[in-house]
Design a protein around this ligand. Structure first.
Ligand SMILES: Nc1ncnc2c1ncn2[C@@H]1O[C@H](COP(=O)(O)OP(=O)(O)OP(=O)(O)O)[C@@H](O)[C@H]1O
Length: 265
């Protein structure tokens, strides 16, 4: 059984095809990166894997359940999603209420924007602290989320997504808007997660090859709603595929497991 399986999937809205003829299989323990230029359909693909939307045609199966035949809310309890696009959490409310980082992580247990205090016992509080520590931000537990930096918030959001002990963690542009140290911290945290949680499957969407964690096992390249290449990361992240994907000739280097791209001059 796969964590995510797409067969002949298309997503259409009035007058526009967002995804077309997509086949994709994510196995347990895989770490995928989805790359492509603006508007390629990456977020749309992730929203299918997150059981947030249905395909127009084709079959999407997540954790063994075919979308369309299952209660999406129940399925989503097993999926950790971090996405600025699909704001599942009302972060403004958390800021207004003065929620601490630990409280924000705790709300991941109930999947709510507001804390449901009677549902959190000592075990949940400890788990929230441990997750903050796993993400390298143990010291933030008592800090108000409202005053946390973008980089700190990004790590707190990942800790929150892990609170429900999901089988799969989906990260939609988790590095967007982060400065270099914050980006590198979060990449390290994601790499550590892959090493310390071998059964956790991850899918990370990004525009930038430089953001691909070294623990990535597979890559999928999207262009104009179609899959250009998908498979083991070293087969897919080649200069040829990446140049075609982004529409300009690229040099691609790999150093200590990380990837770098620059245009051919
Ligand atoms: N409901 C909609 N109606 C019309 N067009 C849409 C709709 N939703 C998305 N699109 C368009 O579909 C395309 C794919 O969108 P998607 O957000 O999946 O791309 P993306 O690869 O995540 O892009 P980006 O990197 O810019 O975030 C975009 O051109 C977007 O404008």
């Amino acid at each position: 059984m796969h964590v995510v399986e797409l067969e002949g999937v298309g997503v259409r809205v009035v007058g526009k095809t967002l995804l077309d003829a997509v086949d994709w299989q994510v196995a347990y323990g895989d770490h995928w990166v989805v790359l492509g230029p603006n508007g390629a359909g990456k977020t749309t693909l992730l929203s299918l894997a997150a059981a947030v939307r249905h395909p127009t045609v084709g079959a999407v199966t997540v954790l063994g359940h075919r979308l369309g035949r299952v209660d999406l809310r129940e399925l989503r309890r097993h999926i950790g999603l971090v996405s600025s696009d699909q704001a599942l959490v009302d972060e403004d409310l958390m800021e207004e209420e003065g929620a601490t980082a630990q409280t924000v992580v705790l709300t991941g247990h109930t999947g709510t924007s507001a804390p449901l205090w009677d549902r959190y016992g000592e075990a949940e509080r400890e788990r929230a602290l441990r997750l903050l520590a796993d993400l390298g931000c143990k010291d933030l537990a008592d800090r108000r989320f409202a005053v946390c930096s973008q980089g700190e918030r990004a790590r707190i959001r990942v800790a929150r997504a892990l609170m429900g002990d999901p089988a799969v963690l989906l990260l939609d542009e988790p590095f967007a808007g982060l400065d270099l140290p914050a980006r590198e911290d979060l990449i390290t945290a994601v790499e550590n997660l892959a090493e310390t949680r071998p059964v956790l499957t991850t899918v990370t969407v990004t525009h930038h090859l430089e953001e691909v964690p070294s623990t990535t096992t597979h890559a999928l390249l999207l262009r104009e709603g179609r899959v250009l290449a998908a498979g083991p990361v070293t087969d897919v992240l080649t200069p040829g595929h990446l140049s075609e994907c982004f529409g300009l000739p690229l040099h691609v280097d790999r150093l200590h497991g990380r990837w770098y791209a620059r245009s051919v001059r």
